[in-house]
Design a protein around this ligand. Structure first.
Ligand SMILES: Cc1ncc(COP(=O)(O)O)c(C=O)c1O
Length: 558
């Protein structure tokens, strides 16, 4: 269960004597515990506010709001004439550990939270994320309009339910589902993670049913997938007791292959996962190859019936438009389910995913809850009950607004911009690009191995993490991370191109990457430590003549 401490930093966990430590008594606030003069009454404050004189508030420690509003501020909450930054509210740190007994004026609460949020990065410069950070004002208004609509209340909001079902139908048709669009089976979810939990559960339950019907044990299910799967697949396996049956990766191969997957499959395999758009480097795995391999396996072992699930979190809104000929969806017989994130290249703000099944028989009955709505039977397949309707409305808007041509233009523009970024990065002469031209519009890249005149490897004195840190100084967020086990030595940086990343911005980014490299190289060449390190390395090299391996910082990406 999530706890309030989840996002606590070390500073947050400081002992109670620290300036910002929680205070439990209102007495500590205001007159007694604070350095705010006791005499500073409401009247005096208002008088001072009116006269425009600065308030004489001195103190060397942080004044905490605590559970009760400080005495000096009590009763001011109804004075609309007060200025947020002159009434004295900003002298107190906002409550952190206890809900205040008395509220505060709306403007003060809003300003305080806005101020806190200023310390976050600018979402549009967050090149780490695949998730949409810009939508048109028209759809933003539409989405705001249904902030108070609970999608689950199908009786009360039949049109919103209809909008949801229209999206399911359109996506099923887009993915060449053999089930007619008006009978398509699928559901809106919070994101691909929820969609994956549902698709994974469907595979597990179908496998269990097959095994039980054959009188075979059904207690050791496994799922075959690449080590490059997103963390939600690990979650699925751990939450629902499925063994993670990984195909490892290696330098130069960062995904599953049909041959390697085949070696992992056995009678306990509930399914195989193919990724259309790897989180690590954006590449599309060979879904057609996986399908053909399963065709063979299931012919050899008709009792296994191993299905293929396509994790199209990113690729599901790219492939149909940029690579319409690519065989990855329900055109392939063994593709039984697909997930896609509406909030990635579906171009909707966070909170939108979709899961679709090939046909009704691919969803076990006990995953479907039937809600009798206005006389007709509505199937509900979700993990949670209540959820907002805004993102579904946003998705329907995007499908209508852009149409197939609009999505094609957007995806083609993004590919052009990503190609320019890749070229700019290569022009520095210091990087190599690990993403492929076909796939998600992103650039995954790493520093080239530097060598001396004799061709011997030389430590640069800085790595991808340092480049990432430098770029933050300009506001850019480009994550540095390592590849999964077996390729952990591969460190890389990633810049995801989204709909709101214009060529103008990307040209700026290229300039900042060059600047970061130049500064890092300069600092490195000036540092005494570096000279010593180079000398040491030089000596070691002549002693061992073996290639030094990079120092690896282990961190998980995303
Ligand atoms: C390939 C892949 N699958 C699943 C997910 C999880 O998606 P969501 O964030 O929509 O839950 C991601 C997220 O980056 C992803 O890249």
């Amino acid at each position: 269960m999530a706890t309030a401490g989840n996002n606590a930093t070390t500073a947050d966990l400081a002992p109670a004597s620290a300036p910002e430590a929680p205070s439990s008594s209102s007495q500590q606030q205001g007159s007694k515990g604070s350095s705010l003069p006791h005499s500073l009454s409401k009247d005096r404050r208002i008088a001072e506010h009116a006269s425009g004189r600065p308030l004489n508030l001195q103190g060397s420690k942080t004044l905490d709001w605590g559970e009760d509003a400080p005495e000096e501020l009590q009763g001011l909450e109804h004075d609309a004439s007060l200025h947020v930054f002159s009434a004295g509210y900003d002298v107190y740190a906002l409550p952190k550990y206890h809900m205040p007994r008395r509220g505060m004026p709306a403007a003060v609460a809003a300003q305080g939270i806005t101020d806190l949020r200023q310390l976050d990065h600018n979402p549009r410069l967050n090149m780490a994320s695949f998730v949409t950070t810009w939508m048109e004002p028209e759809v933003t208004a539409l989405m705001q309009d249904c902030l108070n609509v609970n999608l689950v209340d199908m009786d009360e909001y039949p049109s919103t339910t209809d909008i949801h079902n229209r999206c399911v139908s359109m996506l099923a048709a887009l993915y060449h589902c053999p089930t007619p669009p008006d009978k398509a089976v699928g559901s809106g979810t919070v994101g691909s993670s929820e969609a994956i939990m549902l698709a994974g559960l469907a595979m597990k339950k179908k496998w269990q049913a097959r095994r039980s019907a054959a009188g075979l044990p059904a207690d050791r299910p496994n799922l075959v997938m690449s080590y490059t799967v997103q963390v939600c697949w690990e979650k699925f396996c751990r939450y629902w007791d499925v063994e993670e049956n990984y195909v490892t990766v290696e330098e130069g191969r960062y995904g599953i292959t049909p041959e390697l997957a085949k070696q992992k499959i056995d009678e306990n395999t509930i399914g195989v996962v193919g990724i259309l758009g790897s989180t690590y480097n954006g590449e599309f795995e060979d879904i057609k190859g996986l399908n053909d391999m399963l065709e063979e396996v299931n012919r050899e072992h008709p009792e296994w019936q191993v299905p293929l699930h396509v994790d199209a979190a990113s690729g599901g809104f790219i492939a149909p438009f940029s690579y319409p000929e690519l065989q990855w969806d329900f055109r392939l017989t063994w593709v039984k389910s697909i997930n896609v994130s509406g909030h990635k290249y579906g171009l909707v703000y966070p909170g939108m995913g979709w899961v679709l099944w090939r046909e009704p028989g691919d969803v076990p009955d006990d995953l479907v809850f039937h809600i009798n709505y206005l006389g007709s039977d509505q199937a509900s397949i979700t993990l949670n009950f209540s959820r907002g309707a805004s993102s579904v409305v946003g998705q329907y808007y995007q499908l209508l607004r852009l149409g197939r041509d609009g999505y094609s233009s957007v995806m083609s523009n993004l590919a052009t911009i990503a190609a320019r970024l890749a070229a700019g990065i290569l022009e520095t002469g210091e990087f190599e690009v690990l993403s492929k031209p076909e796939g998600v519009p992103l650039v995954a890249f790493r520093l080239k191995q530097k060598t001396d005149e004799q061709g011997n490897p030389v430590d640069r004195g800085f790595d991808e993490y340092d480049v990432s840190d430098r770029l933050k100084e300009h506001g850019w967020v480009l994550p540095a991370y390592t590849m999964p086990p077996n390729a952990r030595d591969v460190k890389l940086l990633r810049a995801v191109i989204r709909v709101d990343h214009s060529m103008t911005l990307v040209e700026k980014l290229i300039g900042h990457i060059s600047e970061a490299l130049a500064l890092l190289a300069l600092h490195e060449s000036r540092s005494e430590a570096s000279i010593l390190r180079h000398l040491r390395q030089h000596k070691q090299h002549h002693r061992h003549k073996s290639s030094p391996h990079l120092q690896v910082k282990t961190t998980s990406q995303c």
